[in-house]
Structure formats: structure tokens, C-alpha cells
Design a protein around this ligand. Structure first.
Ligand code: PMP
Length: 492
């Protein structure tokens, strides 16, 4: 056991040993029934006398934190004893540099989010993203075995530093071609989720204080990312056709933004799609004002009905658009495989930035992904997901109409994962949250998607993709009960 001792300190050595053990017992790092080293052994390894260790053990024993068993040694006691206070730790201030770091970095919007109250035995969560339960784990496992047997240690090295595992980049370009996006393996970079792709673009193109235009409301973790880069985020309003591109030109002239970030398909959190004409206008404006567009297409292919609009990237002839995609929602998020497509010399710079961030995305996972994802299988999985999610979307829309008051407003989306609800006048989703949790239903409050959380208080985001139609019905019924409580002021 390595106990840090300060031989110069005025605190006696036995107390230093005692205090170290006490803290670890109370914190649960030393579990009940853990055998402590014999006094002679610990004394030898610490370079102290045996009596010093014995004194420390005696203090702990008299406080009921350890006990000795004749002939077998000294053991940690079960936690009732752990009530003893840990004076040093609880009152000691953290180092000044930590306090400075907190003061100098911005508090993120999620930090202000109320903690989830505990309690309901069977909560229904309309939070999160896609439903991983539909993922064929057995087939994936087969792909893992195939790769390890076939590639051996080659699957366990760093792999390619020039953009990722080339065969996977080829597959991605085929998948994208089936959606009208012309990507080549040479301009496709594998990233650790699309979140990393967004971060790389920010690192490369923006410096603190630069202006970025984003949809308002916007994807929460992108907003937080922009905040941590100390960017000046300017929100552009949306309507049922997506970003109000008609409002952009004066903003471009006023702020000279360095980037426009947009989620044009089944936007997070609102679920709306950017109309075809607006996509064209946006591509033209970006070109005219020499501003790059970061197109985040996180669930673009999860369309249940209606006509798909071309990707903005597909409308861009000049390399103004950097396109970002992910396997997180179509397959599973935990593999952390996303990608970006960029044209022109900027691509190689992005490749270098990827390298300095995390060297490479897991070689094994890239190879397994390549083994698993064929264009045919991807299309099959897509059709299946769309079929299941469409039913869930319908179930949620019907349940909202059935159970929630008529003045709750929402537009059922044509695909994706989310329904965005507007509560009746003056009701706050943040106040609804604990009441809903008590009834056993969870949602994401709208304030998470605004830089100024107050602007989102009247909204909430419901994920319909992760629950069965039966649970959706029950969850919305519970939400209705909570909403009635809130509306009648019956908080308890
Ligand atoms: N973009 C949007 C709009 C998202 O909602 C998410 C995750 N929920 C991401 C990007 C990042 O996903 P990932 O890193 O898993 O690809």
C-alpha cells in the first residue's frame, strides 16, 4: 500500500497514515472486509516504525472503521462506521488554479439543468437519441470475430493517420452517393463521432471572439462546444421551414461571421427540415459572403415520408460546405464513428487536426464497422428503423392530441427523433420537470437549447424513437397528469 507521507510535516506520521486510511474507507475506496497490510509489512514499505502503524490502526479501530481478527489480520469494517467525518477533505479548499479555471471558463447551459429527481419505479424517458435495442448485436459480434481472425494485430494498431481506414471511407462515400452527396474517400475523414468533427472544424476555422451563426434553438452540445471555444454565438430564428435564411444577409453584414452551423434535416431539437429553396439561398449566400457552412446531417436519412431535399453540400460547387455525418443514430452511438467530408486544401488541415486531437479513431472499430456496414445492410437497417420510428412518432402525436390540452403546440416531424412541444402561455418546462419525474416521465427541457435559457422555458423536447408505442401512450398520459398539476398550481 502506497501512502503518501510528508516526513517534514508537523503532523505526526501515525496521524498521516490514519487520516489517509480514514478518507479512503469513508469514500468507499477501501471496501468492507478489505484486509489491511500487517503492521510490520506496512511499516517496512513506508519506512516508518512498526509502532507508528500500530498507533494509526489503533485510532481507526477505536473509531469503528477497522477491526482485527485474531490470527488473520486487520480488516475494514462495514459502512455504518463510515459516518465518521473526514475533516481534512471536506473543509480543505481546492487549489487556487482550479478555482481560477472555473472563473475563467464559461458555465455551460447544461450545468444549470435541474437534477433529475429520483423516485418512480418505472420511469419512461423521452430523452436520449436513437434506440440501440434494435441493433443486431449478434451480427456485429460476428463482424468483430471476422476482423480479429482476418487482420490479427493489424486491427489493434493506430491504423491510418491520413483520414481513417480507407475501405470504411469508401463505404461511406458509397452510402453518401446513394443520398446524392458526392464524397470521395480522399476527402472523407473518419472522426470519433460527429461531435469531434464539429470540434475539429471549430478548432481550425475559428478563434476566440469570432462570430458563428447557428439556428435558434440549437443542438445543445454544439452550443456548449461553441461556448468553450469562446465564440460569439448569434442565433438565427427558425420557423416550420427551418432556418430563416431570409434574415441572414443583414446578419452577415453586421457580424461578419466566420462560420454558419446548421442542422438542416430533422433538426435537433425542433425536428424541422430546411426547405429546398432555402438550401439553395443559403449555399448562394455562403459563396457570396465567403463564409463556410458546417452542415450537420445527424439523422438525414431517417425520413418517414415527404420528399428529401438535397444536402446543402450537394448544392455547393465551390467547396464552401463541410458536411458532417454519423453512424450514431442509424446504428449505435457507443461505437463513436462519425465522419466529415470537405473539399479543397482545408481537408488535409482537418486531417492534421484530427491527428493532434486523438491520433486516430479506434482501428478495430473502424474495421469492424467496415465489415458490418455494406450499402445493402445500411439501407435495410434504415428501412427497418424508419418503419419502427414512424409508428412511434404516430403514437406520440396521437397520444399528445388525446391527453394534452389543445393549446399545447407541436408539428409532427416527417422523420428524425424528436417532437418539440410548446407549452401553453407562461407554463415552464423547468417547473414541469420535477412534477413529471414524480409521475414517472422524463423529457429534455427546452432551455437546454438556448444560450439564454429563459427563452426556452416554454418548450420541451420529446424523443419518440426510444420507447414502444405502449410506453409512449403511458408516458404522455403521465405528462398530462404532471401538466395538470403544474397548471393548477398543485406542485406537491
Ligand atoms: N449533431 C447533432 C444534431 C446531434 O444531436 C448529435 C448527438 N446527439 C451529434 C451531432 C453528435 O453525435 P455523435 O458524436 O454521436 O455522432
Amino acid at each position: 500500500m502506497r501512502i503518501p507521507l510528508d516526513f517534514e510535516s508537523a503532523v505526526p506520521l501515525y496521524q498521516q497514515i490514519e487520516s489517509y486510511l480514514r478518507q479512503n474507507i469513508v469514500a468507499g475506496n477501501l471496501l468492507p472486509e478489505t484486509r489491511l497490510p500487517a503492521t510490520r509489512q506496512l511499516a517496512d514499505s513506508l519506512g516508518v516504525s512498526r509502532i507508528t502503524v500500530a498507533n494509526a490502526y489503533a485510532e481507526l479501530e477505536s473509531d469503528g472503521l477497522i477491526y482485527s481478527r485474531e490470527g488473520s489480520g486487520t480488516f475494514v469494517l462495514a459502512p455504518i462506521a463510515a459516518a465518521a467525518p473526514v475533516e481534512n477533505n471536506a473543509s480543505a479548499p481546492w487549489p487556487l488554479w482550479q478555482q481560477n479555471a472555473l472563473a475563467e471558463t464559461s458555465a455551460l447551459i447544461s450545468a444549470g439543468h435541474s437534477p433529475r429527481p429520483a423516485g418512480h419505479p418505472n420511469p419512461i424517458a423521452f430523452t436520449g437519441v436513437a434506440d440501440p435495442r434494435g441493433f443486431p448485436v449478434k451480427d456485429f459480434y460476428k463482424a468483430v470475430r471476422t476482423v480479429i481472425q482476418r487482420d490479427g494485430v493489424a486491427a489493434l494498431g493506430y491504423g491510418e493517420f491520413d483520414g481513417g481506414y480507407r475501405p470504411l471511407r469508401e463505404t461511406i462515400s458509397h452510402v453518401l452517393a446513394s443520398q446524392g452527396i458526392q464524397a470521395q474517400p480522399d476527402n472523407t475523414l473518419i472522426t470519433s463521432g460527429s461531435q469531434q468533427a464539429i470540434a475539429l472544424v471549430c478548432q481550425l476555422l475559428l478563434k476566440p471572439g469570432d462570430v458563428i451563426l447557428v439556428e435558434k434553438p440549437g443542438y445543445n452540445f454544439a452550443l456548449e462546444l461553441f461556448q468553450t471555444f469562446n465564440l460569439k454565438v448569434v442565433g438565427v430564428p427558425m420557423d416550420e421551414n427551418g432556418l430563416r435564411v431570409d434574415l441572414l444577409e443583414p446578419l452577415l453584414q453586421q457580424y461578419h461571421p466566420k462560420l454558419i452551423y446548421t442542422v438542416p434535416n430533422f433538426h435537433n431539437p425542433t425536428g424541422v427540415c430546411l426547405s429546398g429553396p432555402r438550401r439553395r439561398d443559403l449555399a448562394v449566400l455562403a459563396d457570396r459572403y465567403n463564409i463556410p457552412i458546417l452542415e450537420d446531417d445527424f439523422v438525414g436519412d431517417l425520413r418517414f415520408e415527404g420528399r428529401a431535399q438535397p444536402a446543402i453540400k450537394a448544392l455547393d460547387q465551390k467547396g464552401s460546405v463541410i458536411y458532417v455525418g454519423t453512424f450514431s443514430k442509424m446504428l449505435v452511438p457507443g461505437l463513436r464513428v462519425g465522419f466529415l467530408v470537405a473539399d479543397g486544401p482545408i481537408f488535409n488541415r482537418l486531417v492534421s487536426y484530427k491527428r493532434i486531437n486523438d491520433l486516430t479513431t479506434s482501428t478495430l472499430i473502424q474495421r469492424v464497422m467496415h465489415e458490418y456496414v455494406t450499402v445493402g445492410r445500411y439501407q435495410l437497417h434504415l428501412r427497418r428503423s424508419c418503419r419502427i420510428y414512424r409508428k412511434r412518432r404516430d403514437a406520440m402525436a396521437a397520444a399528445i392530441k388525446r391527453h394534452l390540452p389543445a393549446d399545447v403546440r407541436f408539428n409532427p416531424p416527417q422523420g428524425g427523433l424528436f417532437i418539440w412541444l410548446q407549452l401553453p402561455q407562461n407554463l415552464s418546462a423547468l417547473e414541469l420537470l420535477p412534477l413529471a419525474a414524480k409521475e414517472g416521465v422524463e423529457f429534455t427541457p427546452g432551455s437546454r437549447f438556448f444560450l439564454n435559457p429563459q427563452e426556452g422555458e416554454g418548450y420541451l423536447r420529446l424523443n419518440f424513437a426510444t420507447q414502444t408505442p405502449e410506453d409512449i401512450e403511458e408516458g404522455i398520459r403521465r405528462l398530462a397528469v404532471a401538466l395538470r398539476r403544474l397548471a393548477t398550481g398543485g406542485g406537491s
